[in-house]
Design a protein around this ligand. Structure first.
Ligand SMILES: Nc1ccn([C@@H]2O[C@H](COP(=O)(O)OP(=O)(O)OP(=O)(O)O)[C@@H](O)[C@H]2O)c(=O)n1
Ligand SMILES: C[C@](O)(CO)[C@H](O)COP(=O)(O)O
Length: 227
């Protein structure tokens, strides 16, 4: 397998978590959430180079993580942008690898096996994301709080990261999205809209994105089980 580059995005504000300290720096089993994610990528054989994207005010702190936690793959720590998409684009500028994956800094539970499945699916199909089938029934609800539809659950997947692409293709897609004023909530949306097929590779239900307060104790529980 070729060597991959990874962009870890961690420049968000964590508004939904509601804490003063941004969620990527909150302690999880004794270390910042983001450090767990970076340590995971140290163990992923496919990944040769990592770029970490953080808030401008946190660049110094995160550079010290590289030394303190002996993160050998992190080649650059750069400041992100106002939107996740901007942060991803900035990170991609620092990578040389032909194949790249983009991962949320707040998904510390991702497993090596799932990342490998994502890389393999990207090789086969050109681009791939980790995903799990939804378990609940999903409803569309209008702004009066009334159900307007029930999409067929068979075709619904909950999308995770990493998301894997050829670097040139995701860079092109993000530049076109910016030119068109298109803002996606994941990376795949930018390439889907220019006609590229994106495959799903089986993720894991435990690969949660730490988003709201109840996610942290769940992550603690699962992470202590992984060690
Ligand atoms: N401008 C941004 C916004 C988000 N992210 C990163 O993208 C990931 C997923 O985003 P999300 O969970 O939405 O994080 P926040 O934007 O921080 O959260 P919220 O929407 O609650 O403010 C996180 O690792 C976050 O730090 C980023 O790098 N740059
Ligand atoms: C990219 C992502 O993690 C896939 O689930 C998600 O879409 C990020 O969305 P958010 O709005 O930044 O939470």
């Amino acid at each position: 397998m070729e060597a991959w580059g990874a962009v870890i995005v961690a420049a968000g504000k964590g508004t939904r978590m509601g804490t003063i300290q941004s969620k990527q720096y909150l302690p999880l089993c004794g270390k910042p959430v983001l450090v767990h994610t970076l340590e995971k990528f140290e163990q992923i054989e496919e990944v040769a180079e990592v770029v970490l994207v953080v808030g401008e005010q946190d660049v110094g702190l995160c550079r010290s993580y590289v030394t303190d936690y002996k993160l050998t793959k992190v080649k650059a720590v750069v400041a992100g942008g106002a939107e996740r998409q901007d942060s991803v684009y900035r990170g991609l500028q620092e990578l040389d690898s032909r194949w790249v994956m983009i991962h949320d800094g707040v998904r510390p539970l991702v497993s090596r096996e799932a990342v490998t499945r994502c890389c393999q699916a990207a090789y086969r199909h050109g681009a791939a994301v980790l995903a799990v089938p939804v378990k609940d029934t999903i409803k569309q609800v209008n702004d009066q709080g009334v159900i307007t539809g029930t999409p067929d659950r068979q075709s619904l997947w909950s999308i995770q990261t990493p998301q894997a692409f050829q670097r040139a293709q995701i860079v092109d897609a993000l530049e076109r999205a910016a030119a068109d004023g298109f803002l996606g909530t994941d990376d795949a949306m930018a390439v889907e809209r220019i006609g590229v097929q994106v495959a799903v590779a089986h993720g894991e239900y435990t690969n949660i994105k730490i988003t709201t307060p109840e996610d942290l104790p769940m992550a603690e529980l699962w992470l202590s089980g992984q060690k």
